[in-house]
Design a protein around this ligand. Structure first.
Ligand SMILES: Cc1cc2nc3c(=O)[nH]c(=O)nc-3n(C[C@H](O)[C@H](O)[C@H](O)COP(=O)(O)OP(=O)(O)OC[C@H]3O[C@@H](n4cnc5c(N)ncnc54)[C@H](O)[C@@H]3O)c2cc1C
Length: 420
C-alpha cells in the first residue's frame, strides 16, 4: 500500500493531507505526519504547558499565553485556504465549515484601522502631509515601484540577489514613506529582503494597495489561528485515520542512487525523538510520497519572559538543515544559506502580553479609537520599530473573562528600546 509521509505539521502539510484524502483517493490510514512539536503555535494552553518544547528555555514567569503570530488573511486572494477549509467541519458550530466560521466572524467584525501609524504626536490622523491616508511617494519612488511591478515574468530572474535596498538605492526617500512603514510591518519585510519577493507580494496583494492604511481587506479568525484553523484541520485528519507522530525531528534522508542523480527518490528518513534523543530510521518505499516543508520560520525560535532573557538558539533550523542535507546530494534544490545564513536579514522578535484586567487594552482602545480586534498599530519612530495587534477578545478559548491578551513585535530587536 502506497504511503504518504509528511515532515512537519504546519498548515502546508495538513492541507496536503486533506487534499490527498479529499481529491487524491487516499485513505487516512495511508498518511503519517511527523511533527517537531505537539503544540505548534499555541493551542490555548498557557505558556507553562509547552515551555518544555523549547530546549533553551527555563522561564521564571510562565504564566499567561504565548501567541506565535497573528495572521491576517484575505478574502479575495486566499482561494486555496477557503477551498480547503470549506471541507473542514467547524469545531464550534456543528454543520458549518471552518470557512463559514471565519468569514461569518469577519463580516460581523470588519477591520477598519484608523491608527495604523502612530508617531510622537499620536495616530497619524491629522489633516496634514503625514496623514496615514497618504502613501507619501515622490516621483522617483513611483517610477521604481512601477518598474518593479510591471517587470515581465520572463525577466524576473534579473532580480536574483537584488535586495529592496539596492532596488531603491537612487531613492532612499522611499524608506521614509508612510507606505514603507505600513508595508514592512504588515508583511515583515526588511530593506535586506529580496526585491523579487516584494514584486511578487505587490502583484499578489495589489488590491490591498488602496486600503493598506485601514487594513479593511484583512480577514481575521475568531480565535488564534491554532484554535481556529489548525485544530479543526488536525481533527479532520485524525477522524479519517491519519497518524500523527509528535515531538520527532527528521534529521536526514537516505536517497536511492540514480544515474546522474536526477531523480529524487527517498528510501529512508532518519529521526531523533525530542523527548529522549532516541534515534532511528523510518523506511520509505520507492512508491511512497514524502512531503517536506523546507524552511519554517518558527522552528528555531527561542522564548524568554519579562524576567528571563531570550537565550538565542544559533543552530541551523531543523527544516533548513534537512533542506541543506538534500542539497548536498542534488544540485537543483536551491540554496538554503541564502535564507538562513544571516539572521540579521530576517530575524524579528514578537511578544505576547497577558493582563489580568482590561485597563491596558482599554487605554489602547482609547488612543487608537477602536475596539479590540481592529488594530495593527505601528509606532513608527520607536527605535526597534514596535507594532502591536490587539485581537478581538477572548483570543484563546481558555482565557478568563478578566484576562486580556495582545501580541506585538519588533522588526529590529537588537536595537535598544526607547522606554522601560
Ligand atoms: C509572526 C508571524 C506572522 C505571520 N503573519 C502572517 C499573516 O498575517 N498572514 C499570512 O498569511 N501568513 C502569515 N505568516 C506566515 C504563515 O504563518 C506561514 O506562511 C505558514 O504558517 C507556513 O506554513 P507551513 O506549513 O509552510 O510551515 P510551518 O507552519 O513553519 O510548518 C512547518 C512545521 O514543520 C516543523 N518542522 C520543521 N523541520 C522539521 C523537521 N526536521 N522534522 C519535523 N518537523 C519539522 C516545524 O516545527 C513546523 O511545525 C506569519 C508568520 C509568522 C511567524
Amino acid at each position: 500500500m502506497q504511503k504518504a509521509l509528511m515532515i512537519g505539521t504546519g498548515i502546508g502539510n495538513l492541507a496536503a493531507g486533506i487534499y490527498l484524502i479529499r481529491d487524491g483517493g487516499f485513505q487516512g490510514s495511508q498518511i503519517t505526519m511527523y511533527g517537531l512539536e505537539t503544540h505548534g503555535a499555541n493551542d490555548g494552553n498557557t505558556v507553562a504547558a509547552y515551555e518544555a518544547e523549547y530546549s533553551n528555555s527555563a522561564l521564571s514567569n510562565n504564566r499567561g499565553y504565548l501567541a506565535k503570530g497573528g495572521r491576517m488573511l484575505n478574502e479575495e486572494t486566499y482561494e486555496n485556504l477557503w477551498d480547503i477549509l470549506r471541507s473542514v467541519p467547524s469545531l464550534d458550530h456543528p454543520g458549518q465549515s471552518v470557512t463559514d466560521d471565519i468569514l461569518n466572524f469577519d463580516h460581523a467584525h470588519p477591520t477598519h484601522d484608523v491608527a495604523r501609524l502612530i508617531d510622537q504626536f499620536g495616530p497619524r490622523t491629522k489633516p496634514n502631509k503625514d496623514n496615514y491616508e497618504h502613501m507619501q511617494f515622490n516621483n522617483k519612488d513611483r517610477a521604481l515601484l512601477t518598474k518593479l511591478m510591471l517587470m515581465p515574468e520572463s525577466n524576473e530572474q534579473t532580480l536574483n540577489n537584488i535586495s529592496i535596498s539596492e532596488w531603491f538605492k537612487n531613492s532612499p526617500h522611499f524608506f521614509e514613506t508612510n507606505f514603507w512603514y505600513m508595508w514592512q510591518t504588515t508583511f515583515a519585510f526588511k530593506r535586506a529582503s529580496s526585491a523579487m519577493e516584494l514584486r511578487r507580494y505587490m502583484n499578489r496583494m495589489i488590491l490591498e494597495f488602496s486600503r493598506i492604511n485601514t487594513l479593511a481587506g484583512v480577514t481575521r479568525t475568531p480565535y488564534n489561528q491554532y484554535e481556529s484553523i489548525i485544530l479543526p484541520m488536525r481533527s479532520y485528519l485524525t477522524d479519517r485515520g491519519v497518524t500523527f507522530v509528535n515531538n520527532i525531528k527528521i534529521t536526514d534522508w537516505d536517497f536511492k542512487d540514480t544515474p546522474l542523480q536526477d531523480d529524487i527518490i527517498v528510501t529512508g528518513l532518519h529521526y531523533q525523538k525530542v523527548d529522549d534523543g532516541e534515534t532511528g530510521i523510518i523506511p520509505v518505499a520507492e512508491t511512497d510520497l514524502v512531503f517536506d516543508t523546507n524552511g519554517s520560520i518558527t522552528d528555531s525560535s527561542s522564548i524568554g519572559d519579562l524576567e528571563t532573557p531570550v537565550k538565542e538558539n544559533f543552530e541551523y533550523a531543523p527544516s533548513a538543515m534537512l533542506w541543506k542535507k538534500a542539497t548536498e546530494k542534488f544540485y537543483s534544490l536551491g540554496q538554503p544559506d541564502k535564507f538562513f545564513n544571516d539572521r540579521s536579514q530576517s530575524e524579528w522578535m514578537s511578544f505576547t502580553v497577558t493582563t489580568d484586567n482590561h485597563f491596558l487594552v482599554d487605554q489602547i482602545s482609547r488612543i487608537t479609537q477602536q475596539e479590540p480586534g481592529n488594530a495593527l498599530n505601528t509606532f513608527i519612530h520607536s527605535t526597534p520599530l514596535l507594532s502591536i495587534v490587539v485581537h478581538h477578545q477572548p483570543h484563546f478559548k481558555a482565557q478568563k473573562p478578566n484576562e486580556t491578551v495582545f501580541w506585538g513585535y519588533f522588526m529590529y530587536p537588537r536595537r535598544n528600546g526607547d522606554y522601560v
